[in-house]
Design a binder for this molecule. Structure first.
Ligand SMILES: Nc1ncnc2c1ncn2[C@@H]1O[C@H](COP(=O)(O)OP(=O)(O)O)[C@@H](O)[C@H]1O
Ligand SMILES: N[C@@H](CCOP(=O)(O)O)C(=O)O
Length: 353
């Protein structure tokens, strides 16, 4: 029998002006406790039994069917790209999840990273994390959250200009990558493997004084809905506004001691937050009144991922900062929880027992 634990940090994507580009791994981890018992055969669908421990108090029921559950479905995708049709007999996966679902802390990206790590490990595929990022990008399609969860820390990400033959492959619809569940029947079709080296990342410094406060409203904004409210095109002025701030952000957040005015300025955005305000009551007011001038200890503030979580970066007065943001949400009849988090520098890890 082999037994191991896969640990994946959650993420806050789109830091400041870095829509689809800049992500931060945070100290709230999804754990998979995996055992593989060498048995001659199994009655389990795809040889896999899932148990799920919800520590996130989410209302959504997570499927325990290995062909439906996002983590095991992604693992099956990676295995099938390598001609392994099912999990090894007999695989048990116990998922412990403290990451709230659909709140902008990268629960789906973290689950996708967990899935590729799981497939790689049980299939003994020996793929590098760089290659696993390609598999993640066939599903998640933007690199900022998955690269943060996979590699850890504060990352800038980008997609390669692909060769013409690979450009067509990158557009493969998700339904071909993760086909709809076939009711426990293995169709035998080999899914499309990702082109090589789609996604890349660069780690930036993070000043140790800076902590991350996540204020998590008690409602869900599915990332797909939050992408649908974004425009197809932007004005030159708005693009230049974000580029100027994105050029400043890594230096601002990597310099010690942190300069609140520079960080606040470097975290402004005109590419996604103005449009997502329509989905998040109170966001406009929060972004207007929370500044280093009005709130000592605060450095910068932005929407985490696709929202509705607010990410406030600060050096101290954490409770006071969280309470003020929670009060603003409360005036819109929205309750919140909050967490004080730190960057998770290690990224995804596997530890054998
Ligand atoms: N640990 C998990 N196991 C299975 N599915 C998950 C897990 N975490 C997230 N998901 C799926 O991802 C969805 C949330 O994705 P998304 O809308 O992108 O929000 P988020 O901002 O949390 O990533 C959930 O509704 C659920 O279907
Ligand atoms: N860049 C993406 C990030 C989505 O992050 P999530 O945490 O909401 O899944 C986007 O803004 O759509």
């Amino acid at each position: 029998m082999s037994s191991f634990v896969i640990k994946i940090p959650c993420s806050s994507a789109n830091i400041g002006p870095g829509f689809d580009v800049i992500g931060l791994a945070l100290s709230l981890h999804l754990d998979l406790h995996v055992t593989v018992e060498a048995k001659p055969s199994s009655q389990l669908p795809f040889n896999c039994a899932i148990t799920y421990e919800d520590q996130s108090k989410s209302v959504e029921q997570i499927s325990l069917d290995p062909e439906v559950n996002l983590i095991t479905r992604v693992a099956l995708y990676v295995l099938r790209c390598h001609d392994q049709r099912a999990f090894p007999v007999e695989t048990k996966v116990h998922i412990v999840n403290p990451i709230p679902l659909g709140r902008g802390l990268g629960s789906s990206g973290t689950a996708v990273v967990a899935g590729v790590m799981l497939g790689n490990e049980v299939g003994k595929l020996g793929l590098s994390k760089e290659r696993l990022l390609d598999f993640c990008l066939m599903i998640e399609r933007h690199p900022d959250n998955v690269a943060a969860s996979l590699f850890g820390g504060f990352v800038g990400t980008y997609l390669n200009e692909l060769k013409p033959e690979d450009v067509a492959r990158k557009e493969i619809p998700l339904s071909e990558v993760l086909p709809a569940p076939a009711g426990g029947v293995d169709t035998g079709i080999r899914p499309p493997a990702p082109p090589m080296a789609i996604g890349h990342y660069r780690k930036f410094n993070w000043a140790p004084e800076i902590k991350a406060i996540a204020i998590i409203p008690n409602f869900v904004v599915p990332t797909a809905n939050a992408r649908n409210v974004l425009p197809e095109t932007y004005s030159r002025a708005d693009v230049v506004f974000n580029l100027q701030r994105a050029a400043l952000l890594p230096a601002a957040l990597g310099s010690s001691p942190p300069d609140p005015d520079m960080i606040f300025l470097a975290m402004q955005d005109k590419v996604h937050q103005p449009y997502r305000k329509t989905l998040i009551p109170g966001l406009t007011e929060i972004l207007q009144f929370m500044t280093p001038a009005t709130q000592p200890g605060l450095l910068g503030i932005c929407l985490s991922g696709a929202g509705p979580t607010i990410l406030a970066l600060a050096t101290d007065r954490f409770t006071e900062i969280a309470d003020r943001i929670i009060a603003q949400f409360a005036s819109n009849d929205i309750s919140c929880q909050w967490k004080l988090l730190e960057p998770a520098h290690d990224g995804a890890t596997v530890t054998y027992n």
